[in-house]
Every structure is written in structure tokens, then in C-alpha cells.
Design a protein around this ligand. Structure first.
Ligand code: ATP
Length: 576
């Protein structure tokens, strides 16, 4: 695979469209060739006029060439732009596919706004580079060679003079073009930062407003806006230099050729018609040079974006999560076993230090411990969001590292710590875990989670939108919605991360009873900070600094474990 940002990587995007691009290049060359022979016809017409013979033939051919050239140019523009759109569509499809499947460790490190910018903004820059830029560059080179050959047939001395002047363009382009690429990459990085900043701010609007931090957030985003502007200016400056040198060199070449050619004509070593044809070629050169300049600038801009797009292609994804239409795994609730499980987040002290304990199938186990003890981390390992650095996790006696992630996750329903609802309606949120759920099943899940009252109060009932991240619901309603979603999944294993933390006493009690009842159908593991859920548990695992400190029932732990007793006596496990 080509390195991100390399020309090879850019070509890879164009490769699937090589036939259309080749056709388009062919048309471009044809149009250029027709332009290339026009000065020859002009020379012919001038010659015939001098001799007094008919010029009708050459004029007719010239007219046909002009019309055909215009038609071909139109067709070409359409072909190129359609291909550009297709390239962008493919890049966006690939990026979206990969971003949704990025591994959790990668996602935990990357600001979503920057990742989004790669799909929206970087891909747009690639648009013209992978098609128009490529064709213009190749066409520029080939037409340039064509013009040089034609000029060589007219006068070698004048060609040599023209060359010297044009050499300047080559030197300037070699120096300037890599700088355009760097400037574009910097500008795109800044666009990514703007996305990341806004994502951060808009994702926490209430915190921003409550802290009166609008000015600070605006200033931070404006800094990135300014960076993008400055980088854009640098790119614009270099592009201007290239165009200026391109244009000036043509004019210089024209004047020099006119002067020197004039001398040749005066001393009779060159015909006037030859000089005029040669001068027309010098002017004609402006077109391939402009093509080259614009085309290579576009390519450099594309390369700046290709680097950022290619980075995503290099990020590891979860390749084993595709399971379209595969039903949840049915069967008796499985036992869960952890054997010597060790884990550390990148660059952090170990979060789990060789944990071992068993959860019998069809029971309810509560994990308790001080904040940061490693409870949520354990859930992440159970679902293979992260992999342990040592030890084994077994579900139903099977080492989950031998199963695909899809298979592991199909057994499990998970209610996250902050129970996020997804933008959309209440119904969409419920069906997210179980698209096939019947109206009766939905009604039952709502009844159990005591959401039925809320639904009847809402004018649009189940079709009420919940807003971004479910902001139009209360914290407790959001939590109950997440639990209802998990129940509809009818999982073998139910993981509840402090799922009842935001519920009022009545709802909490009701849900605790539901959860206890569920243990008959699935293995329930819950992270608990409150006593009511813990008391009912068949087993309680007390974690401390990534170690299992004690395992037992509420009664036995109150008697035997000091930390548990302390937890039970304080707000963590509220009043007995
Ligand atoms: N994604 C992450 N990247 C790096 N470190 C993390 C990450 N998630 C958690 N940690 C760290 O790992 C340790 C264990 O965190 P974990 O979330 O498992 O604790 P917890 O017992 O669930 O705490 P709480 O009860 O407060 O939710 C903590 O020190 C935490 O700072």
C-alpha cells in the first residue's frame, strides 16, 4: 500500500476510473492537438494569401476543428466532473465504513470532530485532484512536448531561446509545489481542529453556558479558524507565484523570440509566416503551462488531503463485527469467568491487576468498589472493546478472544454509565437493539421500566423525538429508556453500569425487582453504587485498585470486609 499523502495513494483513488480517465485524457489530447495544428493552418493561410491561391479549404478545416474542439471540451468537462464526484463518493463511503468500525482504543484517543472533517472537508479537496488535476497535468506535459516538437520543425535556434526562458518555470515549480502541499495539509489539520472544538462545545452546551465560557470557546475555535486562514494564504501565495512566473515567462519568451526572429527575418534566413507560426506556438505554450501549473497545484492540494484521509485507512478497525441479520444467541444464561485478567490503558498504570472470579449463569452479581477501581473497565473487556494484556475472559466456558466480536456482543446487552439515548424517536431508540420487536414486546418493556406513563403523556407517544443525545428526556427517563432497550434485546448476559443511579426511590425499587427477576433468563452483572440493587444480588464482588478484594453476599461482606462495610455505611451504598 502507498504511504498516506504519497502520489501513489492519490493514484489509487483514481485507479478504478482509469478507463474513463484515459478516455478523457484522449479527448483532452485531441482538443489540444487540434489547437496545436491551428498555427500550422494559420501559416498555410498566410502563405496562400501571399501566393494569391484559394484559402477556402484551410478555413473550412479550421472552422470544423473549432466546433469539434468545443464539443469535445464540453463532453470532457462532464466526464471529468462525474468521475470527480464518483471518487469523492467512494472515499466518503470508505471513510464512513471505517470510522464506524474503528476500535474503541482508537476512538477514545481521537476527537470526533476531526474524524468528521476528513469525511466532509478533506474528501472534497480530493475531488478535483484525483481526476481534473491528474488529467490537466498529463495533458499539460504531453501538449507541451507536442508544441516543442512543432516548434522544432520551424526553427531550432528560436526553440533553444524559448527553452531557456521556460526553464525558469520548471525551477520555480519544483521549489514551490511541495510547499503548496504542506500548506494545504496544515489548513486541513486546522479545519479538523475547528471540527473537534465545535464538537466539544456543542456536545456540552449547558456546561459552556453555565460557566459563561462562550468567549473562551469562541476564541479557541477562532484560533483554529485563523490558522486555517493563514495556511490558506500561504498556499494562495505560492499558487500566485507559480501563475505569475508561468505567465511572465511566456511573455518574455514571446518578446525575445520576436526580437531574435525579427533579425532572422530581416537577414532573410526566415520567412515572416514561419516567424508568425512560431510566435503562435509560443503563445500556444501558455495553455499547457497553465494546465501544468493548475493541474500540479490541484494535485498538491489533493496530496495534502490524501494524507489525512489515508491516516484513517491506517487506523485499525474491528473487522469481525459484521453480522447482518444474525439473531441473538439463544440458550441458557452462561456463566462468566475471569482468570488472571490484567489490563492497562495506553500510558496509564494498570487498571486491572490479574483479576479472577466466577459468575454462575443465571445469577445476579454486583460489582462494587471506590471510583476508579476498574468496574467499567471490566465491562469493556467483557464486550471486547479492549483486550486484556494477560489472562482470559470466558463466557459460557468459551474464551471470548476466540470468538468474533460480533458473537460476543450478540450475547450481551449493555446499559452504559451515562445511558445515552440516540437522536431520533423513542421508538427508534427502543428498536435499536431489537429491530424485530413486536408492539407487545415494546409495551412490556415500557411497562417494566415504568416508561408507559410518560409515553401516554406525550402527544406523539413513541414517535416523540428525544433530541441530540436524548436531551429532551430527564436523566431518569433516559436511563429507563436505555434499560428498556437492553431488555428488548433479550440477552444472555445483561451488563448494567450504575443503571439505577438516576432513578427515584420508587422507580429504583421497581427496576431492582425487574432486574432480579431477569436473572432467571440471563446472567446479570451490575455495577452498583446503591444498596438496594446490591442487597438482592446473589454475589457481590468488591474491587479495589484493580484487584478483587472480597467476594460474598451482602450479609457475609458486611461481617467480613472492612471496605464493603464502609461503603455500605456511606453514601456509596445508601442507607440500609
Ligand atoms: N478510556 C480510558 N483511557 C484511559 N484510562 C481510562 C479510561 N477509562 C478509564 N480509565 C482509567 O482506568 C481506571 C479504572 O476506571 P474505571 O472506569 O474502570 O473505574 P470504575 O471503577 O468504573 O469507576 P467509577 O465507579 O467512577 O465509574 C481509572 O483510573 C480511570 O481513570
Amino acid at each position: 500500500m502507498s504511504a498516506p499523502g504519497s502520489f501513489g495513494a492519490l493514484l489509487a483513488y483514481a485507479k478504478p476510473h482509469r478507463k474513463v480517465l484515459a478516455a478523457s485524457l484522449g479527448i483532452t489530447l485531441l482538443a489540444s492537438a487540434s489547437g496545436l495544428i491551428q498555427p500550422k493552418f494559420a501559416q498555410e493561410i498566410l502563405g496562400r494569401l501571399a501566393l494569391g491561391t484559394s484559402v477556402a479549404g484551410p478555413i473550412l478545416i479550421l472552422a470544423i476543428l473549432l466546433v469539434a474542439g468545443a464539443l469535445l471540451t464540453g463532453l470532457n468537462a462532464w466526464l471529468q466532473q462525474r468521475t470527480s464526484e464518483r471518487v469523492v463518493r467512494q472515499v466518503r463511503r470508505d471513510l464512513v465504513f471505517r470510522l464506524i468500525r474503528l476500535r474503541v482504543p482508537e476512538l477514545d484517543q481521537r476527537p470526533p470532530g476531526d474524524l468528521i472533517a476528513r469525511v466532509t472537508s478533506d474528501s472534497t479537496l480530493l475531488k478535483s485532484a484525483a481526476t481534473e488535476g491528474l488529467i490537466m497535468s498529463v495533458n499539460g506535459v504531453l501538449t507541451f512536448i507536442g508544441a516543442i516538437v512543432m516548434m522544432a520543425t520551424l526553427h531550432l535556434g528560436l526553440l533553444a531561446i524559448t527553452f531557456v526562458v521556460l526553464l525558469l518555470v520548471g525551477v520555480v515549480m519544483t521549489i514551490v509545489l511541495p510547499r503548496i502541499k504542506a500548506a494545504v495539509a496544515r489548513a486541513q489539520d486546522s479545519v479538523g481542529v475547528i471540527g473537534a472544538m465545535l464538537d466539544r462545545t456543542l456536545g456540552a452546551t449547558r456546561t459552556v453556558k453555565a460557566n459563561g465560557a462562550e468567549a473562551r470557546e469562541t476564541a479557541a475555535a477562532q484560533e483554529a479558524v485563523e490558522d486555517a486562514y493563514q495556511a490558506g494564504l500561504v498556499g494562495a501565495r505560492y499558487s500566485a507565484i507559480v501563475s505569475m512566473v508561468g505567465g511572465a515567462s511566456i511573455q518574455t519568451a514571446f518578446l525575445v523570440v520576436l526580437g531574435v526572429g525579427g533579425v532572422f527575418v530581416a537577414n532573410g534566413s526566415m520567412a515572416v509566416s514561419e516567424l508568425i507560426a512560431f510566435l503562435l506556438y509560443v503563445f500556444f505554450l501558455a495553455s499547457p503551462i497553465a494546465s501544468l501549473v493548475t493541474g500540479t497545484s490541484m494535485l498538491q492540494q489533493g496530496l495534502g488531503a490524501v494524507g489525512r484521509i489515508g491516516e484513517v485507512a491506517g487506523m485499525p478497525i474491528e473487522e469481525d463485527v459484521e453480522a447482518p441479520g444474525v439473531p441473538l444467541v439463544a440458550g441458557p444464561p452462561p456463566a462468566i469467568e475471569l482468570r488472571g485478567v490484567e489490563f492497562a490503558y495506553p500510558g496509564r498504570a494498570p487498571a486491572l491487576n490479574g483479576i479472577s472470579f466466577s459468575i454462575p449463569g443465571g445469577t445476579q452479581t454486583a460489582l462494587v468498589g471506590l471510583s476508579g477501581a476498574g468496574k467499567t473497565t471490566l465491562f469493556s473487556l467483557l464486550q471486547r472493546f479492549y483486550e486484556p494484556s494477560a489472562g482470559t475472559v470466558l463466557i459460557g466456558g468459551v474464551d471470548i478472544s476466540t470468538l468474533s466480536r460480533a458473537e460476543v456482543r450478540r450475547r450481551i446487552a449493555y446499559v452504559e454509565q451515562d445511558a445515552p439515548a440516540m437522536a431520533g424517536t423513542i421508538r427508534a431508540n427502543l428498536l435499536y437493539s431489537a429491530p424485530e420487536a413486536s408492539a407487545d414486546q415494546i409495551a412490556e418493556a415500557l411497562r417494566v421500566t415504568r416508561l408507559d406513563g410518560l409515553i401516554t403523556r406525550l402527544a406523539d407517544g413513541l414517535d416523540t423525538p428525544v433530541g441530540p443525545r436524548g436531551v429532551t428526556l430527564s436523566g431518569g427517563e433516559r436511563q429507563r429508556l436505555a434499560i428498556a432497550r437492553a431488555l428488548l434485546r433479550r440477552p444472555q448476559v445483561l451488563l448494567l453500569d450504575e443503571a439505577t443511579a438516576q432513578l427515584d426511590a420508587r422507580n429504583e425499587q421497581a427496576l431492582s425487582e425487574v432486574v432480579t427477576g431477569l436473572a432467571a433468563h440471563c446472567t446479570v452483572v451490575l455495577i452498583a453504587h446503591r444498596l438496594s440493587t446490591v442487597i438482592e444480588a446473589d454475589q457481590i464482588v468488591v474491587l479495589e485498585h484493580g484487584n478483587v478484594r472480597a467476594v460474598g453476599t451482602h450479609r457475609s461482606l458486611v461481617d467480613d470486609d472492612e471496605l464493603y462495610r464502609e461503603l455500605a455505611a456511606t453514601q456509596l451504598l445508601a442507607a440500609e
